[in-house]
Design a protein around this ligand. Structure first.
Ligand SMILES: [Mn+2]
Length: 331
C-alpha cells in the first residue's frame, strides 16, 4: 500500500533542494495528465519554487477538452515546450513525471539523465520501460493521477480554488468514464473536490463532443464484428485517419454491449495504427496489447498499442489471432 505521507515528504524534500521544477505529462496529453500536472505545479508554488509543465504535442492533435483546460489554465501556469525548457534549465532542476512512468510514453526521454532527482506520480503498472528512479509513487488502486494529486493537495493544505478543483475532477472523470468506474475512495475525493466549489455540471463543458468527430468514431463502431466468443472488434478503413481519443471512444462504446472485451483499430497517422482495448476483467487486454507491440500495454481492463508501417487490415488479422488464446480458442 502506498503511503501518501511518504510522497508528501519526498516532494517537500526534493522540491526544496531544487531551483525549479519541471513537470512532465505523458505524450498525447489528456485531461488527467494535465490536471494532475497543474496540481503538482500548485504544490511547487506553495513551496516557493517556480515550475513549468512540458507539453510538446502538436496543438492540432490535442483533444478538445484538454485544449479547453490548457487554455483556461495558461494564465496561471507555465506551459512550455522542450526548446523553451532548454533555455531555462539549471543544474538543480527536479523532474516530476505525472500520469506516466515509461520512457516510451514521454516527449523527452533523452533529457532524463540530466536530472538529479526524478519523482513519478502515476496510477499505471510498471514494466521494462519504467523510468529508473528511487521515487516511484505508483498507486494502482487510484483511478487517475488527478485523484492522487487531489489527495496530495489536501495533505499539503493547498488553497484549492474552484478552478483547480474543476481541473482535478475533470481529470478523474475522464479516467473513470464520468465516475462510472469509480471506487468509494474516488467518490470520496471527488466529493471533497466538489466541496471546494466544483460540480459535475461545472466539468460538463470539457466533455462536449465535436459533432463531426462523434459521427466519425460512431462510423468506426458501425464496422464492428461481434465474434462468436464474447469479443467485439472494429477495424477502421485504412484510408481514414482518426485521433487516438476517437479510437478509444469506439472501444469504450463497444464495452457497453454484452461482451467480455472490445478492440478498436484505426489509423492515427500515415505511418501508425492505434489499437484501444477494453475488458470487463475476465480477459487481460493489457497482455494482448503487449503481444501486439513492444510499446503496447496498460492494465488488464484498459490498454492500448501503437504499430508502425502496417495496414489496419493487417493489424486486425494479427489482433484476432492474438485474442483467440485469451478465450481458450485455437485458430
Ligand atoms: Mn490517467
Amino acid at each position: 500500500m502506498i503511503n501518501y505521507k511518504d510522497i508528501k515528504a519526498i516532494l517537500e524534500e526534493k522540491i526544496d533542494m531544487s531551483n525549479q521544477v519541471l513537470i512532465l505529462p505523458h505524450l498525447r496529453v489528456d485531461m488527467d495528465t494535465i490536471a494532475s500536472s497543474i496540481g503538482l505545479a500548485t504544490i511547487s508554488k506553495k513551496l516557493d519554487r517556480p515550475s513549468f509543465i512540458l507539453v510538446n504535442d502538436n496543438p492540432l492533435q490535442i483533444e478538445a477538452g484538454t485544449k479547453k483546460m490548457l487554455k483556461s489554465a495558461k494564465d496561471q501556469y507555465d506551459f512550455i515546450n522542450i526548446e523553451q525548457y532548454l533555455q531555462k534549465r539549471t543544474e538543480k532542476d527536479l523532474l516530476i513525471v505525472s500520469d506516466v512512468n515509461k520512457t516510451n510514453l514521454i516527449s523527452c526521454p533523452n533529457l532524463l539523465p540530466s536530472f538529479q532527482n526524478i519523482i513519478i506520480v502515476d496510477h499505471h503498472a510498471k514494466d521494462e520501460h519504467t523510468i529508473s528512479t528511487p521515487y516511484q509513487f505508483i498507486d494502482l488502486t487510484a483511478s487517475s493521477a488527478s485523484e492522487m494529486v487531489a489527495r496530495l493537495s489536501f495533505l499539503f493544505h493547498l488553497k484549492i480554488t474552484p478552478k483547480l478543483a474543476e481541473y482535478l475532477l475533470a481529470g478523474i472523470a475522464v479516467d473513470t468514464q464520468n465516475l462510472t468506474r469509480a471506487s468509494s475512495n474516488t467518490f470520496k475525493i471527488s466529493s471533497q473536490l466538489m466541496e471546494k466549489g466544483t460540480s459535475m455540471e461545472a466539468i460538463e463543458p470539457y466533455f462536449v463532443e465535436d459533432f463531426v468527430s462523434n459521427r466519425k468514431w460512431n462510423r468506426l463502431v458501425d464496422r464492428t464484428e461481434f465474434q462468436t466468443y464474447k469479443a467485439a472488434i472494429t477495424v477502421g478503413d485504412d484510408q481514414e485517419i482518426y485521433t487516438g481519443v476517437e479510437i478509444a471512444k469506439a472501444a469504450n462504446c463497444l464495452l457497453g454491449f454484452d461482451i467480455d472485451a472490445s478492440f478498436a483499430v484505426g489509423r492515427v497517422s500515415p505511418f501508425e495504427i492505434s489499437i484501444s482495448a477494453r475488458s470487463r476483467g475476465i480477459i487481460d487486454v493489457g497482455h494482448i496489447m503487449k503481444e501486439m507491440s513492444d510499446c503496447g500495454g496498460g492494465s488488464p481492463k484498459l490498454a492500448a498499442a501503437r504499430i508502425q508501417n502496417q495496414t489496419t487490415e493487417e493489424v486486425g488479422i494479427k489482433l484476432k489471432q492474438k485474442i483467440l488464446p485469451a478465450f481458450h480458442i485455437n485458430s
